[in-house]
Design a protein around this ligand. Structure first.
Ligand SMILES: [Zn+2]
Length: 748
């Protein structure tokens, strides 16, 4: 093995400064299986090759490859061929989805002066793929409704609900107006949704240079940041209601699927929306009159940011081709042996807005190298106990289309068989990041300890710990030093794990490295091979690290004697969430009481500047006391059950056997499912997980115990008791399952 691969071996030894001793325990493995597993992992780790990743990125990002484009299909076929050549049983699974592409786009200032927005990103002489204009999708927001509107312009900051409260206090209404919002502060689809709720007739979204332009460094091509004509494309479908094809909620978009009409689709925006560059935004913003924007709203342009409405009037026209387009998901399989009906699923999307070297190819090339490595072990005779399924999704960018339609089409099988879903998307230099199901927190900490960080030559885990100690709050610091496992974040939405976790309750993790490569090329024509080779992981050593981490995770899940879920971390995390909810209620209560008193005492009237008047905010209903007892009882049940399970697990491992491993593993597969509720979240039944969901008014950002948290945040006090009962019931179901597991494992 070593003799055959001298160059690779040298590279690997120079990285492997901290190899774990061969008998260091691995979560889920009996002592008798540990050594073979470690040897397998060592062989696996030596295979992923940065030079191949670089070549694959160059090939996959050579031309624009959005949904429905010729190169999207060519890439899909090439990826299929790769999987087959690695020894996988692979096929393309096609869906037919609504994917609008722009036909007409007009933004013009019609008074008091005139300006016609260019709406065109300019190609750069040194950057070869930036000039492929014929194949580039113009800058637009997918799933904007068609419209032709003219109205006064109002600057709404990030366009989130709190911004409209501020506008209202200044007597500024957006009724009948076109709003212009900055990117950031929320997921982009929230901006037209909230604008329409307030009566706006159109929405522009622009990238302010303070956020990802020159304020953060030189702009491309001199540096990595967004140039004046750079535009962020992106979907504005109402994904917090449901992601995927807007016409086929809840079912796969197969040829014969029953479809809504476009007019019926609830996730298409209510008003037309278009993204623009800061080059195009500046003439519009500088024509706005009215009061100065609050200090925190102002961006990095050399203008006075004013709110309006008017005198700037803008004409906005958007029209799309609403035809159905094909999606090509590549699905590849390595069959399991003794536990073949338990599936370990791993995916990354392959479609991009334009060339997409970073998003998504930086993650996809790592996935391909894992697949090659697993295939090579397989060819040499290794067989996984469980079935491994690798997916390269199409249509992630417009709205998680490929993964969502696949999950909906195979929902029953997945509910029965899926052990876990592992996702990646973009990858950069920096720190290992894991977010996901807290029943896998202990497991993924173990994985992070096995992978060396390419820059610091310590484990990826150790480097994250170092940063948390250095940069964290006093509490974070203490935890990072003393807690056995580093905490992982919860998942909201924003990539292909969403359907697995939120719609089916499949335990999921999203992994990637990042934090050292600032940039302003997201969803623009400048996210390409040239940019990546100048400003990101150009030696692909972090690509290799991602391959190694993912591969070890897959190998451990596929081969474990007892599936490596641990419920103590989950129980403890739920305790922190419940504590947060109690504090949130108390903080809201204090804020509302104080605010109402300030209003009653006339303080806003007394302090208002008559030349720049600001009125008092609206009175709010005082927060009632809430009964958290059902949730507190449920968390106690789970804490108790989890510690019983942990003892039973330790005993089983120390004895090196379980009488009924099959029954235990089958039940473990269902553990995340217990946290779902079939009727789903209020107002959005597609989302069934009671612990994690993207925020209804934040988009990608997660809301934990979302039913309760959002009812409190939105002041819908009469809903809270019911939501507490529903969340508590899910946690009690989990406790019952974990407790039964402890008994089956033979614990006390
Ligand atoms: Zn992506």
């Amino acid at each position: 093995m070593r003799a055959l691969l001298p160059s690779v071996f040298v590279a690997v030894t120079s990285l492997a400064l901290t190899p774990a001793p061969a008998d260091t325990p691995i979560r889920g493995f009996f002592p008798s299986s540990v050594q073979a597993q470690r040897e397998l992992e060592t062989r696996f780790k030596s295979i992923p090759d940065p030079a191949r990743m670089r070549e694959a990125m160059r090939r996959l990002s050579a031309r624009p490859h959005h949904v429905g484009s010729p190169y999207d299909k060519e890439n899909a076929e090439w990826i299929l061929d790769q999987f087959k050549s690695y020894g996988w049983d692979a096929h393309i699974e096609t869906f037919d989805v609504l994917f609008p592409t722009p036909v007409e786009r007009v933004v013009e200032l019609v008074s008091p002066t005139t300006y016609v927005a260019k709406l065109q990103e300019t190609g750069l002489p040194g950057d070869p793929t930036s000039n492929q204009q014929a194949e580039q999708l113009p800058s637009y927001n997918a799933y904007s409704v068609d419209g032709d509107v003219t109205g006064p312009l109002v600057f709404v900051n990030y366009g989130i609900p709190a911004d409209y409260e501020e506008l209202e206090r200044r007597g500024i209404s957006v009724k009948g107006a076109i709003v212009i919002a900055k990117y950031g502060g929320s997921w982009r689809g929230i901006k037209p949704k909230v604008a329409a709720e307030h009566g706006a007739i159109g929405c522009l979204i622009y990238s302010d240079p303070r956020d990802d332009g020159y304020a953060g460094g030189d702009v491309f091509p001199a540096g990595p940041m967004r140039p004046a004509q750079g535009v962020q494309r992106g979907s504005v479908a109402d994904m917090p209601t449901y992601p995927g094809d807007p016409l086929t909620p809840g079912v796969g978009a197969t040829k014969d699927a029953k479809r809504l009409s476009v007019a019926q689709a609830p996730t298409i925006t209510k008003i037309p929306v278009l993204p623009i560059s800061y080059g195009d935004a500046q003439p519009l913003l500088s024509a706005i009159g009215g009061p100065l924007a609050p200090g925190s709203w102002r961006g990095g342009l050399p203008i006075s940011y004013r709110l309006g409405a008017g005198p700037a009037r803008v004409h906005l026209r958007v029209k799309s081709d609403w035809s159905i387009k094909p999606l090509y998901n590549i699905i590849a399989r390595l069959p399991g042996t003794t536990e073949a009906d338990q599936w370990i699923i791993r995916g990354n999307h392959h479609d991009a807005w334009v060339n997409g070297a970073q998003d998504p190819i930086s993650g996809l090339v790592a996935e391909l190298e894992e697949a090659r490595a697993l295939g090579s072990l397989y060819k040499q005779g290794w067989k996984p106990k469980r079935t491994i399924i690798y997916a390269a999704w199409d249509g992630e960018e417009p709205g998680l289309l490929g993964s969502t339609e696949w999950v909906e089409a195979h929902a029953d099988e997945l509910k029965a068989h899926a052990v876990a879903y592992l996702n990646s998307d973009t990858n950069e230099r920096g720190y290992f990041n894991a977010d996901g199901s807290h029943s896998l927190e202990k497991f993924i900490n173990g994985v992070a300890m096995e992978v060396d960080d390419p820059e610091s030559n310590v484990s990826s885990w150790r480097r994250v710990q170092a940063a948390q100690i250095l940069n964290g709050s006093a509490d974070d610091r203490r935890e990072a030093r003393e807690r056995e496992d580093l905490r992982i974040g919860a998942l909201g939405s924003g990539s292909d794990y969403s359907s697995f976790l939120d719609h089916l309750g499949v335990a999921s993790l999203n992994l990637g490295y990042g934090g050292e490569d600032p940039g302003g090329i997201y969803h623009s024509i400048y996210d390409d091979f040239y940019w990546f080779m100048h400003f990101s992981d150009s030696s692909f050593v972090y690509g290799r690290a991602l391959s190694q981490a993912m591969g070890i995770a897959v190998l451990r899940l596929a081969n474990a004697d007892i599936l490596p879920f641990a419920f103590t971390n989950l129980a403890e995390t739920i305790q922190t969430y419940v504590k947060q909810l109690q504090m949130l209620r108390d903080r809201r209560s204090e804020e509302i009481t104080e605010r109402n008193r300030q209003i009653e005492d006339g303080l806003y009237r007394l302090t208002s500047d008559p030349r720049d008047p600001v009125t008092a905010p609206q009175r709010k209903q005082p927060a009632p006391q809430l009964n958290f007892a059902p949730l507190l009882n449920a968390q106690d049940s789970l804490t108790h059950a989890a510690s019983r399970y942990e003892k039973a697990y330790a005993k089983a491992v120390s004895e090196g056997r379980v009488a009924n491993a099959k029954a235990v593993n089958e039940r473990l597969v269902q553990a995340e499912r217990a946290l779902t509720s079939p009727e789903g979240l209020r107002n959005r039944p597609w989302y069934v997980h009671m612990l994690y969901a993207p925020g209804f008014y934040t988009g990608y950002g997660v809301k934990t115990i979302p039913g309760v948290r959002e009812a409190i945040e939105q002041g819908q006090w009469s809903d809270v008791d019911r939501e507490i009962a529903r969340a508590a019931a899910a946690v009690e179901r989990e406790a019952t399952l974990v407790s039964a597991l402890a008994t089956t494992l033979g614990g006390p």
